[in-house]
Design a protein around this ligand. Structure first.
Ligand SMILES: [Ca+2]
Ligand SMILES: [Ca+2]
Ligand SMILES: [Ca+2]
Ligand SMILES: [Ca+2]
Length: 287
């Protein structure tokens, strides 16, 4: 009996270890409504609005404000619903509605330079996506080869193909061609809305989602998860694991509506790194 358990346990553990490498990369995110996570000064001390960008260490759940919507450019930026932080430190985002006082719309991607505090149009999907419903870029990631990963708030048509709002689509801006990378069908038949998209350095997808049938739990790649969780999905093996648990929001119901791997060392990340280093160094000194 004991031997059997051991034999069953080892392959499962190995499979998980192969499918989901160790956590590591910090993330930046925005939520659909105001909330809080643990901050450097204590539980629930990092408070944010729906247009703010928060960065977080997924291992500790501790995070800090990276961008305050009220301080970007002229301020008053509306709800961010797609996000990508570039390796040069600029922030590409899309909003959930057009912004009063700004020229951009919800189907456009805008690049923000935090150093110069300037906004510029990065990409416009307005004429490319045709759909009966709203065109609103909802998930966005730039791959190292310049191609995009995108999702839309509603089902949509791009490059002559129909996609669902739970699909993640690969898009080549040089040819304006699209192909399905991740299908909503992988959620076991539920009507699911993928609300944010990013990709780790190891090629695994990160996303958050909402069950449009029940509002409750969903399944993908052997994982049961809920709104507010961040899922890591291995495209090669089809297995999924939790990258961030919704419990980081202190029991409040939150939806992560924009997500990016933080490719640059953010101010808070440096703080966390130094804190971790201090913890590691202290016991060594006492020896
Ligand atoms: Ca938001
Ligand atoms: Ca948008
Ligand atoms: Ca979104
Ligand atoms: Ca759907």
């Amino acid at each position: 009996m004991r031997v059997t358990r051991l034999l069953l346990g080892v392959p499962a553990a190995l499979m998980l270890a192969v499918a989901l490498p160790a956590l590591g990369q910090d993330i930046a995110f925005s939520t659909a409504s105001p909330g809080a996570i643990d901050g450097p000064t204590g539980p629930g001390t990092t408070q944010f609005g729906d247009g703010d960008v928060v960065f977080m260490d997924p291992a500790s759940g501790i995070g800090s404000i990276f961008l305050l919507a009220d301080t970007i450019n002229d301020g008053g930026l509306p709800d961010l619903n797609a996000l990508h932080i570039t390796s040069s430190g600029t922030v590409i985002f899309s909003t959930q509605s057009g912004a009063a006082g700004y020229d951009f719309q919800d189907d456009e991607l805008v690049e923000y330079n935090p150093v110069t505090d300037t906004l510029s149009l990065y990409y416009d999907f307005g004429d490319l996506i045709t759909t009966n419903a709203d065109v609103d870029i909802d998930g966005f990631h730039v791959l190292s080869n310049g191609n995009f990963l995108i999702s839309n708030t509603s089902d949509f048509t791009l490059d002559g193909q129909d996609f669902l709002n739970g699909d993640i689509v690969l898009f080549d801006p040089s040819t304006e061609s699209a192909s399905l990378l991740f299908s909503e069908g992988l959620f076991g038949g539920d009507d699911v809305w993928v609300r944010s998209v990013s990709m780790l350095g190891n090629g695994n997808l990160l996303f958050s989602a909402f069950n449009e049938d029940t509002g409750g739990d969903m399944t993908v790649g052997g994982l049961t998860f809920g709104r507010g969780d961040v899922v890591e999905y291995d495209l090669a093996s089809g297995l999924a694991g939790l990258y961030v648990e919704s419990s980081v929001f202190g029991g409040a119901t939150e939806d992560i509506d924009a997500l990016s791997v933080a490719a640059i060392p953010l101010p808070g990340a440096v703080w966390l790194f130094l804190s971790a280093l201090a913890v590691m160094v202290r016991p060594l000194r006492r020896r």
